[in-house]
Design a protein around this ligand. Structure first.
Ligand SMILES: C[S@@+](CC[C@H](N)C(=O)[O-])C[C@H]1O[C@@H](n2cnc3c(N)ncnc32)[C@H](O)[C@@H]1O
Length: 273
């Protein structure tokens, strides 16, 4: 599995809710699919959304589990500020060390967040230990480590002699995720029921360089954070973004109507204790 260390955050990018929410529908879709498959015998008292971000899934969880208190947990104050607007209880915490404030919870849900943390071999068992009897851990993480738009971030960043080269040396985005089999081996003996599946969505994106815009909301953030500064056209940030866009375009050619298709693979884990 991953580096075997503690479940520390691998990267703590400066999340920008507005950029992230440009593709809110596409990003919510796997959350809806995962929530639809969560079975709990009830009664339920507490549901936690770990890495809730701007809180898109919180109302969906509240509708699916009426009667349960739905709590959003995230490390980013900017993202939580958006989540809190909807009236949900939110907590700012590092998932690596988070434990439920009021005792065991009935559902721990996490959509597109846990892949930012290393040490899943200790994190996942620890999260199972935060569940009440019959509780469910429901997780979706992108399985996109080999996707061109992800690998090109490192390739372009590593180009020598560029305005961005020195500032991006050693910058890492989300770490690679373990194989589904590793999660099975880790969780099967610790759970009463375990369901794992992969789904590849074909997101239909529009607008100028939509793959770059998508990446700017998530995986590209650690690189952009390292290049913060003036936005002029000759800034290292602008130069890096232009080179990245040029590298990405041939891998995602527009269709006849201008749409760009982004195949996006996601790993789902549904574990009941
Ligand atoms: C891609 S966003 C997903 C947000 C939300 N779950 C959704 O589906 O829209 C990832 C979120 O995970 C949070 N996150 C990443 N690592 C974290 C950590 N170690 N502790 C707390 N939150 C973390 C980020 O702040 C960000 O809001």
């Amino acid at each position: 599995m991953s580096d075997g260390g503690t479940a520390a955050a691998a990267a703590n990018p400066g999340w920008d809710p507005a950029q992230y929410l440009r593709f809110a529908d596409e990003r919510l879709r796997p959350a809806l699919d995962l929530i639809a498959r969560i079975q709990h015998p009830g009664p339920m008292r507490r549901v936690v959304d770990l890495g809730c971000g701007a809180g898109n899934a919180l109302p969906v969880l509240a509708a699916r589990f009426p009667g349960a208190e739905v709590i959003g947990v995230d490390g980013s104050a900017a993202m939580l500020a958006r989540a809190a607007k909807a009236g949900f209880r939110v907590e700012q915490a590092d998932i690596a060390t988070w434990t439920p404030a009021d005792g065991p919870v009935d559902v721990i849900f996490s959509n597109a967040a846990l892949h930012w943390l290393t040490g899943h071999e200790t994190l996942f068992p620890r999260l199972l230990g935060c569940l009440a009897p019959g509780g469910v851990l429901a997780v979706q993480i992108p399985a996109m480590d080999d996707a061109p738009f992800r690998t090109l971030q490192y390739e372009v960043a590593a180009r020598e002699g560029q305005p961005w080269t020195e500032r991006l040396r050693g910058v890492r985005s989300a770490p690679p995720i373990p194989a589904p089999e590793a999660y099975y081996d880790l969780l099967a003996g610790r759970t009463a029921a375990l369901d794992l599946w992969l789904t590849e969505y074909i997101h239909v994106l529009r607008g100028p360089d939509p793959i770059v815009q998508w990446a700017m909301g998530t995986s590209l953030r650690p690189f952009l954070d390292a290049l913060d500064g003036p936005e002029g056209t000759d800034s290292p940030r602008s130069a890096f973004l232009a080179a990245y866009a040029e590298a990405v375009r041939p891998h995602y050619p527009p269709r006849a109507d201008g749409a760009v298709l982004l195949p996006f693979r996601r790993l789902f884990i549904l574990a009941r204790v």
